[in-house]
Write a protein that binds this ligand. Sequence first.
Ligand code: FPP
Ligand code: MG
Length: 287
Amino acid sequence: MPLPIFQFEEYMTMKAKQVNRALDEAVPLQLPVKVHEAMRYSLLAGGKQLVEGDESSAMPIACALEMIHTMSLIHDDLPCMDNDDLRRGKPTNHIVFGEDTAILAGDALLTLAFEHVAAKTFNVSPDLVLQAIAELGSAVGSKGLVAGQIVDIDSEGKNVSLAELEYIHVHKTAKLLEASVVCGAIMGGGNMIDIERVRNYARCIGLLFQVVDDILDVTKSSTELGKTAGKDLVSDKATYPKLMGIDNAKKLATELVAQAIEELAYFDDARAAPLYHLANYIASRQN
Ligand code: FPP
Ligand code: MG
């Protein structure tokens, strides 16, 4: 299906600015200063925004998703996890504020996410807000992000099967994307069939993101990527090209984007345009 005309990059830039403004207001610098400074440091660092919220009624949940996304990265970088000292070109949270504060800043962002949706969502029926909160909780908990992270940690240094690799990515990467799109559909009053369709869409593009990431790592140079190329090979990480070969990985990417777009065929073209373009953007990104 031809893509409807849509200025995707301008749209994303505008949304990112709106969400950043809302996040700035949601987490003001207040007492105790140290933990709020640490929360703001990572939350307002820029980088990829996960959210797809447009109406003001969806803004609190959009902010909540960004808070959870940020906390997952703060904790992922800790010495007991990936022990990383650079994120989005800046020293990681625990390097700047210390491990104790980084853990607390993550905890505070995670809890604030739920408080923020419950306290600041107006003009949406309480039933729908509750449904969105439940979706959010299940996406990040022990059957969501936490599940992906623990299986990933447990798989280090072991031979990972294709099914295990998919499990890790579906939970670690796709779950939050899924929650973003599904919560948007819930808040917008989508019916159960709509919600399942956007859920399938998000799962496909979440996986697609990872497959493309793995392909770029072995096909592009560091200059083209803006980060170290070939890192997965050096660290002997389980990747799609490693497990199925580069050609099959490319074929899988094509199948995933087609599957994602198929799920959108039932929606009005204009309303689904950002999602069409997002899938296409993820599939064709070069860095
Ligand atoms: C980055 O992956 C990490 C994640 C996508 C999720 C990490 C999840 C947790 C730490 C659990 C968080 C807890 C709750 C309650 C949500 P990566 O290490 O593969 O990517 P990177 O190179 O960006 O670090
Ligand atoms: Mg990491």
